[in-house]
Design a protein around this ligand. Structure first.
Ligand code: SAJ
Length: 434
C-alpha cells in the first residue's frame, strides 16, 4: 500500500489524526467540523490562555458555541496544545494563521513561515499539509513547499500539499464552515485528490481546482471583487453628494435590475481583516511581475478617503447649526467594522475618531458589542446611547448595529450624520446622509 493509499484509507475511516495550526475564527470552527465528522483533532496555538480555555471546553469565537466544543473536548475528540512536537502525530495539518499587511502594505508572512518551520521539523511520510491563510498566488509553491521539502521527502509521493482558501464570514448564521463550498488545489493531482477527500468527510461541498495558485487566486478574486465594487459606490456617493442626489435611492432602484447587477453600499470606509487587506496581497505580487494593479490601488485610495469624507460631513452638519467642530461634543454610534459583530480591526470608526479629535472634536461613543476602546493612547468606555446622543452637539452613526433604536436616537440627538442609511425613509432636519 502506497503512502497515498494509506492516507486515503485513514481519511475515509476517519482514523486520521487532524491537526490545525492557528485556533482563530477560521481554525477553531474547522476543528469543530473535523471533530463532529469523527476525526480526532489536535489544535495548535502559541497562546497559552487560548489553549487553556479551549481544553476547558470554553470558546472565544462567537460562531463556536459551548454545546459544540464541550462534548468534543469531553469525549477526547478535540484538544488544544502549545506543544508543536505533537505535529509528528498528525496525518493532516491545516495552517490557519493570520496574514496581515505591514503598514507599507507589504505582506507579513511571518505567521505562515513560523508555522511551516514547525511543521517541517516534525513532518512524517504520509502527511497532508493544507495552507488556508489568505495569501498571494505562489505562496504555497514558492514559500511553503521548499521549506517542507527540506525534510528530504518528495511532495506528491511521500507527503501532500494543498491550498484551500478560508471563506468564513464571522457572525453569518446562514453560512457557516460546514455549508460553505470549499475550494482546494494541490501541488500535484494526488495532493488535490487527498485534499478533496479529506474535506469531503466534514464539509457539504468541495470544489477541487488544478493547482494551489488557482486556489490562492480564487480567494483574492472574491475579496478584490468586493473591495473594488465598494470603492465604486463610495466614489458614486461622493459624486451624488456633490450633485444633491440620494445615492441610497439610486442603488436601491438599480438593485431592482433582475440580472447583471449586484448592489454594494457606500459607507464610512473599509474595515475588517479581509477586504481591506487581501487585495493588496495580489497587488504586491503582480507588482513584482511588472503589472500595476491599478483598480486595487484606486479603490484602496477611494475607500481610504471615506473617513475624511465623513468628518467633512460632520463639520458641515455642525456648520449648518452655527457650531464649529472645535470643542463640539461628537457622539459616535458603533465602532465595530460592520454591524452586529464586535471586531474593530481596521474599523473606519477609528480613523474617523482620530481625525475628529485632530480637528478639536470631543468624542464619546456607544457600541453594544465594544464595551471598551483603546486608541491614540486613550481608553474609552461605551456609554448609554440616549444619554450620549442628548449630551452631544452632533451624533455620527458609523456602524448600523440592529440593536440601535432609530426613533430613540433621532429623538435624543440634535443632529445625526448617518453613514449607513440606517435612517432609510426617515425625513428630518436633523439628518445628514452620506
Ligand atoms: N462594506 C461597505 N459596503 C458594502 C459592503 C461592505 O462599505 O456594500 C464595508 C463593511 O462595512 C466593512 C468592510 O466593507 O467595513 C468589509 O465588509 P464585508 O461585508 O466584506 O465583511 P468582511 O470583512 O467580514 O468580509 C467577509 C469576507 N469573507 C471572507 O473573506 C471569507 C468576504 O469575502 C465576504 O463576502 C463578507 O465577509 C460577507 O459577504 O459578509
Amino acid at each position: 500500500m502506497t503512502l497515498h493509499e494509506r492516507l486515503a484509507e485513514k481519511i475515509k475511516s476517519r482514523t486520521a489524526m487532524a491537526g490545525i495550526v492557528g485556533l482563530g475564527y477560521v481554525g477553531l470552527p474547522l476543528a469543530m467540523e473535523f471533530g463532529r465528522a469523527g476525526f480526532e483533532v489536535v489544535g495548535f496555538d502559541v497562546l497559552e490562555d487560548k489553549v487553556a480555555s479551549l481544553n476547558q471546553g470554553k470558546s472565544y469565537i462567537q460562531d463556536v458555541h459551548p454545546e459544540v466544543i464541550e462534548p468534543l473536548v469531553a469525549h477526547g475528540r478535540f484538544r488544544a496544545t502549545t506543544d508543536f512536537s505533537k505535529l509528528a502525530e498528525m496525518d493532516t495539518i491545516n495552517i490557519c494563521v493570520p496574514t496581515p499587511l505591514r503598514k507599507t502594505k507589504d505582506p507579513d508572512m511571518s505567521f505562515i513561515v513560523n508555522s511551516t518551520e514547525q511543521i517541517a521539523k516534525y513532518l512524517r511520510p504520509g502527511t497532508l499539509v493544507i495552507l488556508e491563510s489568505t495569501t498571494y498566488p505562489g505562496t504555497t509553491d514558492e514559500l511553503v513547499l521548499p521549506m517542507l521539502e527540506k525534510s528530504g521527502l518528495k511532495v506528491g509521493e511521500d507527503f501532500f500539499v494543498c491550498f484551500s482558501p478560508e471563506r468564513v464570514d464571522p457572525g453569518n448564521v446562514k453560512y457557516q464552515t460546514r455549508n460553505i463550498p470549499k475550494v482546494v488545489g494541490g501541488i500535484t493531482p494526488a495532493c488535490t485528490e487527498l485534499g478533496a477527500l479529506f474535506y469531503q468527510q466534514s464539509l457539504d461541498t468541495v470544489v477541487p481546482v488544478t493547482s494551489t495558485s488557482v486556489a490562492e487566486m480564487v480567494k483574492l478574486l472574491e475579496n478584490t471583487f468586493r473591495m473594488i465594487n465598494i470603492g465604486l459606490v463610495n466614489e458614486l456617493a461622493m459624486m451624488c453628494d456633490r450633485m444633491g442626489i440620494n445615492v441610497w435611492e439610486v442603488i436601491d432602484a438599480a438593485a431592482t435590475k433582475p440580472f447583471g447587477f449586484m448592489p454594494f453600499y457606500p459607507g464610512p470606509g473599509l474595515g475588517g481583516h479581509c477586504i481591506p487587506v487581501d487585495p493588496f496581497y495580489l497587488a504586491w505580487k503582480t507588482r513584482q511581475q511588472g503589472i500595476e494593479a491599478r483598480f486595487i490601488d484606486l479603490a484602496g485610495y477611494i475607500n481610504g478617503q471615506m473617513p475624511h469624507f465623513v468628518v467633512d460631513k460632520v463639520q458641515h452638519a455642525l456648520n449648518e447649526h452655527r457650531k464649529p467642530l472645535r470643542d463640539s461634543k461628537i457622539h459616535v454610534l458603533g465602532v465595530a467594522y460592520k454591524k452586529n459583530i464586535e471586531d474593530v480591526r481596521e474599523s473606519p470608526a477609528l480613523d474617523i475618531i482620530h481625525v475628529l479629535r485632530q480637528r478639536g472634536g470631543v468624542i464619546t461613543y456607544s457600541d453594544p458589542f465594544v464595551p471598551h476602546l483603546q486608541m491614540d493612547g486613550m481608553a474609552m468606555e461605551s456609554g448609554d446611547v440616549a444619554a450620549g446622543c442628548a449630551a452631544a452637539d452632533c451624533v455620527v452613526l458609523i456602524t448600523d448595529h440592529a440593536a440601535f433604536d432609530r426613533e430613540a436616537i433621532l429623538a435624543a440627538s440634535p443632529i445625526v450624520v448617518d453613514t449607513r442609511n440606517f435612517f432609510k425613509g426617515v425625513q428630518s432636519e436633523k439628518l445628514f446622509r452620506l
